[in-house]
Design a protein around this ligand. Structure first.
Ligand code: NAD
Length: 412
């Protein structure tokens, strides 16, 4: 599965490199990660047994700035998945023009099986293993699947034991520890801004649009809230417990409260009919937002998708074969490397605030995020027009060109 994900990201890169007529040795240099680290993590579990886990950090490229990318705690995490995600970060930061490179990390663990104490111990062990390769001007982790502000707070604290006070070592921190206002909502909010920009090119708005969202975590819930605020109707939500569809519209705040009051999932939610798997992803709607896992939109699923637009909140949800089906069916796809870049953009704002010890208000954060997302869309759209390609290939072309130019100037 994760080897497919890596092969898919490589294929997207190759499509763009071909369009750019990039020499093979340059393509090889750009695709090869600078450093791949694997650490053994031993943790005393609550029941007294010894738990052994593997943590990864892949630093893909830093020609345009320090390595940057999230940390994922999930049982699927392996070297290939982390490498694929690290390369996507390199293109993503370049596409939206934030001065970072690309990295990713993770621990292969079923995060839901950990107690808070085990989670904290594991996180601190991970930082013991990688503290000498991260830092505010070298490599800056952030949250991803099953990690959050609390995880970042532990990382900040553990890192400071080795290197002193350096809040910019990690982003996505709680606001009380130097996090940015608006960071938690940023990825989902950016997904909505991206959708609005695409709709504008078709003379449309979000008002009255029907939306189906897979994944009801950080990205999914914040995107849902902002879609509703713009007049759209969420008719389907799904998480690890299953999918729930209600054509009258789902009460998003009530669904979030249901999760928060329960085990953190939608298990037992009664606000919609239970519809799982492919049937959920193919629910007729205007906009489909995959915001959970990679590889869920395969060619088979793509043939049945009932949406006119797809906005990739998740990283790598669409396979290259599915992308071809969407192209053939005239379904517009806003690719992950641009669509979910709101998170790293506000991470950049957080990092700049940390460097200056000067903090912004919500209006400033959202206004700057809007500017970055709109400028990113304009560049991707113009690149698509120039090369006569879809938005994904255009986004890769743009990101790769910018990284290649920086790399060449630095003499790498
Ligand atoms: P999260 O852990 O907060 O939420 C993940 C959601 O996916 C949960 O609701 C979970 O139940 C659901 N899920 C897991 N397995 C599922 C399955 N089999 N079917 C349906 N739903 C399932 O994670 P997140 O931060 O929201 O990240 C989601 C995606 O967005 C990931 O691909 C991540 O890489 C990407 N992303 C996140 C950020 C960020 O800032 N958090 C930024 C960019 C991209």
């Amino acid at each position: 599965m994760s080897s497919d994900f890596l092969a898919n990201t490589q294929r997207y890169f190759e499509n763009a490199a071909k369009l750019l007529k990039m020499p093979k040795e340059v393509a090889t240099h750009l695709q090869t990660p600078r450093r791949e680290v694997r650490v053994e993590l031993n943790v005393k579990m609550d029941d007294g047994t010894l738990g052994t886990f593997i943590g990864f950090r892949v630093q893909h490229d830093n020609a345009r700035g320090p390595f940057k990318g999230g940390l994922r705690y999930h049982h699927h995490v392996d070297a290939q998945e982390v490498t694929a995600l690290a390369t996507l970060m390199t293109w993503k930061t370049a596409i939206v023009g934030v001065p970072f490179g690309g990295a990713k990390g993770g621990i292969a663990v079923d995060a839901r099986s950990l107690s808070a104490a085990e989670n904290q111990a594991l996180t601190r062990k991970f930082i013991d293993g990688i503290h000498d390769i991260i830092g505010a001007t070298t490599d800056i982790p952030a949250p991803d699947m099953n990690t959050n502000g609390q995880t970042m707070a532990w990382i900040f604290d553990q890192y400071s034991k080795y290197h002193g006070y350096e809040p910019g070592v990690v982003t996505g921190k709680p606001v009380s520890l130097g996090g940015s206002i608006g960071r938690t909502a940023a990825t989902g909010r950016g997904v909505v801004y991206a959708t609005e920009e695409l709709l504008k090119t078709e003379g449309e708005t979000l008002e009255g649009k029907t939306i189906v969202i897979q994944g009801f975590g950080n990205v999914g819930t914040w995107a849902a809230r902002d879609y509703v605020a713009q007049g759209a109707k969420i008719i389907g939500i799904a998480d690890i417990s299953g999918g729930y569809v209600n054509r009258e519209g789902i009460d998003i705040e009530a669904a979030i409260k249901f999760c928060n009051d329960g085990d953190g999932t939608l298990k037992g939610y009664t606000g919609g009919d239970t519809i799982d798997g492919t049937a959920f992803l193919t629910t007729p709607c205007d906009i489909l937002v995959p915001a959970a896992l990679s590889g869920v939109l395969t060619a088979e699923v793509a043939k049945e998708v009932g949406a006119k637009y797809i906005v990739e909140g998740a990283n790598g949800p669409t396979t290259p074969e599915a992308d071809e089906v969407f192209d053939a069916r005239g379904i517009h796809v806003i690719p992950d490397v641009y669509a979910n870049a709101g998170g790293v953009t506000v991470s950049y704002f957080e990092w700049s605030q940390n460097m200056q010890h000067f903090y912004w208000d919500m209006e400033k954060v959202n206004g700057e995020l809007r500017k970055v997302m709109n400028a990113g869309f304009a560049s991707v759209h113009a690149t698509a027009k120039k090369h006569g390609c879809n938005l994904r290939t255009a986004a890769f072309v743009l990101g790769i060109e910018r990284v290649a130019a920086a790399s060449e100037l630095r003499g790498l």
